[in-house]
Design a protein around this ligand. Sequence first.
Ligand SMILES: Cc1cc2nc3c(=O)[nH]c(=O)nc-3n(C[C@H](O)[C@H](O)[C@H](O)COP(=O)(O)OP(=O)(O)OC[C@H]3O[C@@H](n4cnc5c(N)ncnc54)[C@H](O)[C@@H]3O)c2cc1C
Length: 440
Amino acid sequence: MRSFVRALRPAVRRSQAVSAPRIQRGTQAGFPALQCGRPFSTTHTRRDASLADVAPTPITHFSEVETAMAETVQKFANDVILPKVRDMDEAEQMDPAVVEQLFEQGLMGVEIPEEYGGAGMNFTAAIVGIEELARVDPSVSVMVDVHNTLVNTAVLKWGSEALKKKYLPRLATNTVGSFCLSEPVSGSDAFALATKATETESGFKISGGKMWITNSMEAEFFIVFANLDPSKGYRGITAFIMEKGMKGLSIAKKEKKLGIKASSTCVLNFDDVEVPKENLLGEKGQGYKYAISLLNEGRIGIGAQMTGLALGAWENAVKYAWNDRKQFGKLVGEFQGMQHQIAQSYTEIAAARALVYNAAHKKEAGEDFVMDAAMAKLYASQVAGRVSSLAVEWMGGMGFVREGLAEKFFRDSKIGAIYEGTSNIQLNTIAKLLQKQYTV
Ligand SMILES: Cc1cc2nc3c(=O)[nH]c(=O)nc-3n(C[C@H](O)[C@H](O)[C@H](O)COP(=O)(O)OP(=O)(O)OC[C@H]3O[C@@H](n4cnc5c(N)ncnc54)[C@H](O)[C@@H]3O)c2cc1C
């Protein structure tokens, strides 16, 4: 399949040429939106209006590049990933050929600038890709999500020029990355982590371990958070880069899971891993700030994964109810009781998407998006759970058996309420920010 990145480079350059007016504060206008052949897009293109005159654009309108991303990833997911989804889930393993294709398509370096071998696109383009992948396989989607929104972003934001030159071309073309924060003792309370770093002559020595690390089976690059000065509490937390093969780093147990089974989730052990000086990421003691900032962005990605999942589950079931299954002499999707549930579910997916893309556009506009990201992740994961559950019911016995994908979408949906901050943690964030706003 032709490389997506190369095909889109001229459009990316065109969109970068108009990037300044797009990020004006307080407007989501200025997106040279094309009519998109996807669900939810019902309005027309306005290519040639002067940017200054453009009226506010619907939240879910995409730029030319984002539209091309959606269409290309949709085709890639259906042609290349869909035939493998069931087998990868049963084997609880990502097919290496899929990973290779993700790199080939440029989906592992969406925001990495061209000078480092990436696609040089924007954050929303990454979100669009994550959503489209989840419509077919949420496991593949989370691999791309973690790699792009957490790992690549960390290097782009805080890596020295030497680290960027060394690692970004690899992250864009052949090296999977992991984001290693959680530990047995620290999940929601992430900054209670116990992994320790000590300074040595040549760099740092890291001991401890991590738990539930996505991509860790395939990864060769790890962003690891460890405490360099426990006397300072969370202000001692520092970010480091580890590579597979460093002495003392071992990928231990691979978890068996309820859902997203093809996505690897492992325990990592650090037995005095020697990390060279230059692999310090950013500044000492700033790790907690980096983790918070990354997770705030990452939550928009998980929101997109969940809206993609919900839409995939919905489409899979309505195809059956409106085309295949007849009872009482009628297609089951013609009964009003079914139609109301179908309509309600689609409305909820549309609402979740609006939250996700609003958060993405606010981030791109340089506005404060923390509460928006928390609301998007919270609501999208709730919708994914509700819709994928109903979708199983709409298909009756066929939804429950492992022949189709309905039961898989349902199992996969549960993780949305857990990783990158549980639903309670999102509610805490939303409530805290609201209270601040409304306390006189
Ligand atoms: C499949 C999978 C992949 C993951 N991938 C990664 C990864 O790549 N990198 C990484 O670092 N981590 C990863 N994680 C870890 C994940 O982020 C944590 O599981 C998550 O943050 C929750 O932590 P916990 O499991 O320890 O739950 P706990 O923190 O023990 O929470 C248990 C319950 O208590 C509630 N709770 C806790 N504190 C509060 C509070 N203050 N207020 C209200 N309720 C509260 C929670 O909402 C939850 O319902 C992954 C986890 C899974 C399952």
